[in-house]
Design a protein around this ligand. Structure first.
Ligand SMILES: *Cc1c(COP(=O)(O)O)cnc(C)c1O
Length: 371
């Protein structure tokens, strides 16, 4: 049982991935160094073009990180003071933080217990005259119920922002997530499925008017030099990150396929014992995280740790119960599914290069624990 004591199995093996691409990455970083252009240069433009093409989006805009992407999206849609934005309480904090940062109010709707994404059947109850938009999160890499959400949005004249930070490359009904709503937001945080060597993010839209405004907002609202049409942000994606991302984009589909294989192997070996992720028919899951659900989650986590295996809890405190959001007056019991899942869920190591040997060791350790 102690064979992994000196090399714990991490949640995601970024070093191993980088090793595979090292020569290409080195060259791309050197290219930027020699160009002497570090902000808003050719690499950034090339990334915007290539990634928009990959996602089949009319427009793509590089920004500083995924949180800024969400904030810029809300600003571009004119969401601000007095407005309400519907979202899920079961997501990374940034989703709600962006809403608060633009002066609007987050309104939570409970999740669906099978997908962990917002329960579209409960959205209409949360809509009132102040509601301006819905931020849909494709959690863990699995697309949310976009057909129903888009229909609700259309009927109620709401905008839809997709938080696709965990789901680059995932598809819903043949379309890449992030291209179905009005605006798509992506993060290239190093541990995301497409990760930079620092912070970086991306915005997609099919609307030229939205593209035009976000293009200005990310650079101090300026149109040309020192001509500031709007109050914007300093939220640019730098050239080194763009060069790294351009290189890594070439490996993305292969890595996503490998992630899916690892996930399928977990499901095959564990679904008899624990609740494992379901994949709806019209929906592709890119497994940013592979999460199981079980009653004695905390004990399993300790057992894994004692056996040199990392695991993680996404997310232990639902957003409606976060200290900083107490002013919204939510309480325990408001979103029972979210609260239940936050106590039972555990994410297992997953990366494109998780070896069979390591994965079998993880599976055996879990099975031994459950017996
Ligand atoms: C990572 C993440 C973000 C924030 O992205 P950053 O690049 O870290 O700012 C937002 N929403 C979700 C769902 C995320 O997973």
């Amino acid at each position: 049982m102690v064979e992994n004591k000196f090399r714990p199995i991490p949640m995601v093996d970024i070093k191993k991935e980088i090793q595979l691409m090292k020569a290409h990455l080195n060259q791309s970083i050197m290219d930027v160094m020699e160009s002497g252009m570090f902000i808003l240069g050719e690499k950034g433009k090339e990334l915007e073009k290539k990634l928009a093409y990959y996602l089949k989006s009319n427009y793509g805009i590089g920004v500083a990180n995924g949180t800024d992407a969400l904030q810029l999206a809300l600003l571009a849609l004119g969401v601000g003071k007095g407005d309400e934005v519907i979202t899920t309480p079961f997501t990374f904090f940034a989703t709600a933080e962006a809403i608060v940062q633009v002066g609007a109010k987050p309104v939570f709707v409970d999740i669906d217990e099978k997908t962990y994404n917002i329960n579209s059947a409960k959205i209409e109850d949360a809509i009132n005259k102040n509601t301006k938009a819905i931020i849909v999160v494709h959690l863990f890499g699995k697309a949310a119920n976009m057909d129903e959400i888009m229909a609700i949005a259309k009927k109620n004249h709401l905008k839809v922002i997709e938080d696709a930070c965990q789901a680059i490359g995932a598809e819903y009904g043949g379309k890449k997530v992030g291209t179905i709503g009005d605006i798509g937001c992506f993060s290239f945080f190093p541990s995301k499925n497409l990760g930079a060597f620092g912070d970086a993010g991306f915005i997609t839209t099919n609307e030229s008017s939205i593209y035009t405004i976000i293009h200005k907002l990310r650079n101090h609202g300026s149109e040309g030099k020192y001509d500031h049409k709007y109050i914007g942000m300093n939220s640019r994606l730098d050239e080194i990150q763009a060069a790294i991302l351009l290189t890594k984009l070439n490996y993305l589909d292969k890595f996503l396929r490998q992630r899916k294989e690892v996930a399928m192997n977990y499901t095959k070996n564990l679904n008899f014992f624990v609740k494992s992720p379901e994949i709806p028919k019209h929906n592709e899951h890119v497994f940013h995280q592979y999460c199981i659900e079980l009653d004695n989650r905390d004990d399993l986590k300790i057992t894994l740790e004692n056996n040199g295996i990392a695991s993680a809890i996404y997310y232990p405190i639902p957003l409606h119960l976060q200290t900083s959001l107490h002013y919204l007056n939510y309480k325990t019991g408001d979103f029972p599914i979210t609260e239940h899942v936050s106590k039972k869920i555990l994410a297992l190591p997953i990366s494109p290069m998780l070896s069979n040997k390591d994965q079998n060791y993880i599976i055996q350790t879990i099975r031994a624990f459950l017996n």
